[in-house]
Design a protein around this ligand. Structure first.
Ligand code: NAD
Length: 386
């Protein structure tokens, strides 16, 4: 019998379950890149479309775990030495956490987690785990790669249009009873003809490029591995050898690379200075990729015209975090990858990974970040330990 410690975001304050506005969600069996969507064996412990990412939803895992004699502990209390997470951590064999409400697994916490064998990210992005410490401790780190790529790509397209067209202030004028057309449009442009560039063109970055193509933008990218020539031709992509070259050339910059020690704060004052005046920066990758106060300075000086995304540090962000109130921001809490549609896929993928782990079968290669003491699978392709 194993102890499975699962950290999820709190239930809605209005009660659980919510009254769902739709009765069903589309079923996606195969992703754009040919990868099969999660396919655990047996019944799911939830109906796709239900809110399973919060504490009462339990990712629908209880029926499977209880049936196999395991103990499931679910909490949202994750920060500080007196948290439930730290209390149960020493006994846990499996820790499950979502990036939206990350249970930070620092080297200190890993040292206390003597029984831990699997750190499972219900979602995508495992930087809340100290990957080097996990590798040294022989812990496997896995995530549900691909499960919410399109959810995030759609959010990126949404916030690009939101910022460039000045949607949020215009909506506020309308809701307040106004008709302030001149004020609404004095910062409003079309994206057609603009240059867009993504730093990181993996599953999400490439999906964003594909979705922007019909809008008539010129598309640019940079990343560690160059895309196949047929994709570059299909999307008429301009490749840049590094981020500095890309940001000089475009009007809208998108961050879609993982966070690891050498990408932390790479978007700093020096990088902002290279942008065209009035560029827009979108970040749904990770908050720590950019220097918190450099963003505020760039918005206040007019070096950038807007900043949007859903990722912060720490999470949840404190009430006085400057990104909540800085000018021309289109921020939300970390939500883009946890739509009800995304939850159905990553909850099923979490079950699939648990079935492999407890059944002694290999975890799918694309789900692996760290395994056997080193980066593995997607981790090897996308992360670095330094
Ligand atoms: P991916 O692994 O498919 O793609 C990441 C790409 O980044 C890879 O192709 C890699 O080559 C490239 N890369 C790595 N280091 C780089 C560097 N220094 N410079 C340029 N490129 C570099 O990952 P993905 O599924 O596209 O997700 C990307 C990131 O988005 C995740 O790591 C995660 O942090 C974030 N994410 C956020 C949400 C959300 O809800 N906001 C959801 C999913 C993922």
């Amino acid at each position: 019998m194993a102890k499975v410690l699962c950290v999820l975001y709190p239930d809605p304050q209005t009660g659980y379950p919510p009254r769902y506005v739709r009765d069903a969600i589309p079923e996606i069996a195969v992703y754009d890149n040919g990868q099969k969507a999660p396919h655990p064996s047996g019944a799911l412990g939830f109906k796709p479309g239900e809110l399973v990412g919060c504490v009462s939803g339990e990712l629908g895992l209880r029926p499977y775990l209880v049936h196999h004699g395991h103990e499931l502990i679910v909490t949202s209390d994750k920060d500080g030495p007196d948290s439930a997470f730290e209390r149960y951590l020493p006994e846990a064999e499996v820790v499950i956490s979502q990036p939206f409400w990350p249970a930070y697994l620092s080297a200190e916490r890993i040292a206390k987690a003597k029984n831990l064998k699997l750190a499972l990210t219900a979602g995508v992005g495992s930087d809340h785990v100290d990957l080097k410490a996990a590798a040294q401790a022989g812990i496997t780190v896995a995530e549900v790669t691909g499960s919410n790529s399109i959810s995030v790509a759609e959010h990126v397209v949404m916030v690009i249009l939101t910022l460039v067209r000045n949607y949020v202030p215009s909506h506020a004028f309308s809701a307040a009873g106004g008709w302030n057309i001149a004020e609404c449009v004095e910062r409003s442009y079309d994206i057609e003809g603009m240059h867009f560039g993504t730093i990181g063109a993996g599953r999400i970055g490439l999906a964003v490029l594909r979705r922007l193509k019909p809008f008539g933008l010129a598309l640019h990218y940079t990343q560690r591995h160059r895309l196949a020539p047929e994709i570059e031709r299909e999307l008429a992509l301009t490749w840049h050898p590094d981020a500095a070259s890309l940001v000089r050339a475009v009007d809208i910059v998108n961050l879609q690379l993982p966070l690891y020690p050498s990408t932390e704060h790479f978007f700093n004052d020096a990088m902002f200075a290279k942008l065209k005046r009035g560029a827009y920066l979108i970040n749904t990758a990770r908050g720590q990729l950019v220097e918190r106060d450099a963003v505020v300075r760039a918005l206040q000086s007019g070096q950038i015209a807007g900043y949007a995304g859903d990722v912060w540090f720490p999470q949840p962000a404190p009430p006085d975090h400057p990104w909540r109130t800085m000018p021309f921001n289109g921020m939300t809490p970390h939500i883009s990858g946890t739509t009800l549609s995304a939850q159905a896929r990553y909850a099923a993928g979490t079950l699939e990974i648990l079935q492999s782990f407890f059944g002694g079968a290999p975890i799918r290669e694309e789900y692996l970040i760290v395994d056997g003491g080193n980066l593995a699978g997607t981790g090897r392709a996308s992360y670095q330990l330094t």
